[in-house]
Design a binder for this molecule. Sequence first.
Ligand SMILES: *[C@@H]1O[C@H](CO)[C@@H](O)[C@H](O)[C@H]1NC(C)=O
Ligand SMILES: *[C@@H]1O[C@H](CO)[C@@H](O)[C@H](O)[C@H]1NC(C)=O
Ligand SMILES: *[C@@H]1O[C@H](CO)[C@@H](O)[C@H](O)[C@H]1NC(C)=O
Ligand SMILES: *[C@@H]1O[C@H](CO)[C@@H](O)[C@H](O)[C@H]1NC(C)=O
Ligand SMILES: *[C@@H]1O[C@H](CO)[C@@H](O)[C@H](O)[C@H]1NC(C)=O
Ligand SMILES: *[C@@H]1O[C@H](CO)[C@@H](O)[C@H](O)[C@H]1NC(C)=O
Length: 588
Amino acid sequence: MENVKRKIWILSFSLGLVVIVTGDQKTCNQKLRCNECITAHPDCAWCNTEDFTGSRCSTVDDLNNKGCGDMSHPSNQVEFLQDDSLRNGSTSHDSLQLAPQHIRLKMKPGEKYHLHMKYLVAANIPIDMYFIMDFTTTMDRRIQQLADLTQELIDGLKQTFTTNIQIGFGSFLDKVVQPFTLTTAKRLENPCGYPPCGSPYAFIHRWKLTDDVDGFISMIRNSNTSANWDPMEGGLDAVLQASVCPEVIGWRNQSRRVLIHISDGGFHFAGDGKLGGIDRPSDGQCHLEPLNDNSGQYSYTQASNQDYPSFGHIKHVLKENGINAFFLSVSSNIKIYKGLTDFIGSQADTAEMDNTGAYKLIRSISEFYTALSSKLNIAAVDIPEDVSVIAETNCSTSRVESTFDLKKKPIECKGLQIGTLVHINVTFLVNECPVNKDEKKILKILPSGLQESLTVEIEYICDCDCPTSEALDEQCSYGNGTYECGVCRCHEGRSGELCQCNFGDESDVTVNEQKCKMDEKSSTLCENRGTCNCGQCFCHKNYDGKYCECDSSKCVYPGTSQKCTRIFQPFTCRVQKYNYWIMAYVIY
Ligand SMILES: *[C@@H]1O[C@H](CO)[C@@H](O)[C@H](O)[C@H]1NC(C)=O
Ligand SMILES: *[C@@H]1O[C@H](CO)[C@@H](O)[C@H](O)[C@H]1NC(C)=O
Ligand SMILES: *[C@@H]1O[C@H](CO)[C@@H](O)[C@H](O)[C@H]1NC(C)=O
Ligand SMILES: *[C@@H]1O[C@H](CO)[C@@H](O)[C@H](O)[C@H]1NC(C)=O
Ligand SMILES: *[C@@H]1O[C@H](CO)[C@@H](O)[C@H](O)[C@H]1NC(C)=O
Ligand SMILES: *[C@@H]1O[C@H](CO)[C@@H](O)[C@H](O)[C@H]1NC(C)=O
């Protein structure tokens, strides 16, 4: 007996499967409005022809076969607003590494757009190298060594990369507030005791970026060191100011910006300011003001009023200003710098300087620069929630393509040579219409540590553009609706194909109940999943279709067990009752 029962169930289960596979596969057909139709699936088209009978929402082929002469079936559009070709740097023009630079996309939900993006590892990119140096007295020897070897560093970079190099520098100590610095009158004049030294300060920008290497060297030699009190320094204040004051520092727009922080101490960060009674967080603005000695030097004026910046804040300003940061430290402090640069990511690194002389320091700087130019790191910012951006590339070095979901991780390539062209296939997809369909969204694709970007404007195709007319004849019940795309769109409070029904009017509400029955002989209206109003079903949440016969939560992609996304739903929606077979089987 048990056996027989089992056979029956197996049989019914198999039948159930057959029914499911061959079951009532509705395509675009449930959609009753042009805008719902075209956004339901990329293949759905809408027939605008006035006297068309049958389902207006279907595939292009189907509508053609049925003699529809006027269809709405918009597809994605692209406009290249700026697409200058890539080039190496030269004396007459800057390099250009990323193309295109600006596009406008009109996107229909569910339809992918593939963009061919190119990245050239350009030769001859100008370099701007700004040193931020700890000028406490323990740094004296290193500072002199750097001055001795600067010419060598520049010559090396010129040989390998570009003749177009600018250097500059600034020096920092710490906030002139206790306990960071002793602030008795005597100590403010000479914090060192004997031998004496100059007054303390937080950060002074001393030498603007120029190609005058000799001037840079003599400026370093002529700047005196000083002292603060605690072992940590105010280097992050200096990094922040150097990043957000492009005019003062002299950063150029099309250069590779490199900031080199050299210190034998640790650093203070956000929160430490409280020790000195400073509660206000750093505002991230430029606060460099000229010193009043006509020296062309600038000092950071808000050090005693604003706290040190946080790691996150430093990361943000470096990214925003396309600055690469390199921190040189001694072994006892290397961990804390490593923590900072790991947090910042691809745009920053740390290395150790030893006591054997500055050659290692020079070598580390060249290596940092070489590493920067041989890797590519492209991230995206401001991707709207309903848009996905996927990039594919073989980085020009591998046979296999790698895929990067730009919402989660940046595109990365390593080991690139100067002159290499990297091809990247970027696929954009709008998943669904946003609440505000007319809103334009702007996202950016940014290579890290460069001042270049691709701006992508996204507009949505969520409406049909057939003309709307006030139908004043019987067409849409004498002005109770507007006529568009072959059908009436009823005014508030009206319903029915011709807007002939009035909500709230009992006699109207029950009219044409027959039209709400999926099966003529049945007594259920709208499959019990909606209300029938004047011959039209108004479905409850999650139900769809002319008779609310589709259950979005139960829909399965045909031929698979995969749950379909909203986009596929109109293709796969089927009458839900067949699913009961499976449920019954599972329960059994
Ligand atoms: C640096 O110190 C020397 C001697 O201690 C002094 O003569 C010189 O004026 C100082 N330089 C600056 C820029 O303060
Ligand atoms: C550099 O870029 C900034 C911001 O994009 C712009 O305001 C400035 O005019 C540019 N400077 C030059 C010299 O092109
Ligand atoms: C990488 O892809 C490009 C085309 O995008 C192709 O020309 C090149 O041969 C590929 N590289 C390798 C090593 O397969
Ligand atoms: C850029 O320069 C490199 C090496 O100097 C060269 O191989 C490459 O072809 C150049 N590319 C363009 C686009 O000029
Ligand atoms: C980009 O990728 C898509 C899908 O992976 C592919 O269909 C398309 O041909 C590719 N386009 C280019 C230019 O490689
Ligand atoms: C709407 O339809 C009613 C009849 O149902 C008619 O009396 C009325 O004039 C129509 N127009 C407007 C604008 O209400």
